[in-house]
Design a protein around this ligand. Sequence first.
Ligand SMILES: Cc1cc2nc3c(=O)[nH]c(=O)nc-3n(C[C@H](O)[C@H](O)[C@H](O)COP(=O)(O)O)c2cc1C
Length: 179
Amino acid sequence: MMRQRVLCLSGSLRRISTNTAVLQAAQQLAPDTLELELYTGLGRLPLFCPDDDVEPLPATVQALRSAVGRSDALLIACPEYAHGVPGAFKNLLDWLVGSLEFPGRPVALLNTSGRGSFHAQVALREILRTMSAQLLESACMTVPLSGAGCEVGAILDNPARCAELRGVLAALATELSSG
Ligand SMILES: Cc1cc2nc3c(=O)[nH]c(=O)nc-3n(C[C@H](O)[C@H](O)[C@H](O)COP(=O)(O)O)c2cc1C
């Protein structure tokens, strides 16, 4: 069976992060047709500067681009900071703007804020569209979780949250198998 590779990107650097936890839960709940890999290099990326966006790239940037290039889709869970996308995550996206690997890549968004995290989600969509991502609307979902940082076990212990995540992963699998 052909498995589709999904690279999971958390926009949070916190040790106990709701956004990282929801992606770790998704890894546990994924159907057999999807292989979810969690990217863990966010905090090691240098600050983006166009002068440095040349060969040879910093090793951490090359690793990010290779991981994106190996994936069939990206699954992003990103918090809202001051009504915007956190700087660390925007920095990651900036490193992908000039890459060959990112344009056209299918992307699904998980929004863990029960209050909507409206501004950051709108901004993130605009950024991703500008970067020529292919937004998979049927696989984008709000999974309302406590904003105070939660562990993966708390999500996996919640049947309603697990059902929502299984639903979004099934939609992602359908999108990828039809695309
Ligand atoms: C500096 C900072 C600014 C924040 N600004 C907002 C905001 O504008 N709107 C919002 O809904 N939450 C805001 N939050 C709350 C975070 O989005 C929320 O705690 C989120 O769950 C953090 O994700 P994480 O657990 O994955 O780190 C802010 C948190 C911090 C630390």
